[in-house]
Design a protein around this ligand. Sequence first.
Ligand code: HEM
Length: 126
Amino acid sequence: MSRIATSYLALAALYLIVGLTMGIGMGMAHEFRFAPVHGHINLIGWTTHGLMGLAYRQWPEMAKGNLAASQFLIFALSAPIFMAGLVLSIGYEQPIVAIAGSVGVFLGALLFALIAARVWLGDKGV
Ligand code: HEM
């Protein structure tokens, strides 16, 4: 398995634990103000990192070249910036970090789509 696939899957598992812990904590405290942060930790952290890791595992050609490493770095570094930015935005009405993080997440997703399209559309196998 490529380093990118395992790195994505390891991060996904970490986000799963953090996201579930936060969900349980919110429920116990009856404090749901930061529910969007929990939602994004689970959906961008666990689900999206996990799916990207599985895609890189299923199609190892995706990991070839410099583009995949850039894609991983941009997406994996922007995601926690975005999540921390959501905390600042909801808790302190400071949206600038969330905006910066979300642009990075979007760029990482765009690169992922380009890499996937290149491999999937070029793949003539069944
Ligand atoms: C131990 C497991 C989990 C617990 C205890 C939990 C708990 C919660 C709680 C208490 C809320 C707030 C509900 C409200 O505002 O009324 C919430 C919202 C949410 N959860 Fe979870 N959750 C868990 C797992 C997950 C998972 C695995 C996902 C997705 C993969 C997820 C995605 C969401 C989303 C999208 C929201 C809505 C966020 C929003 O309102 O902006 N949760 N969860």
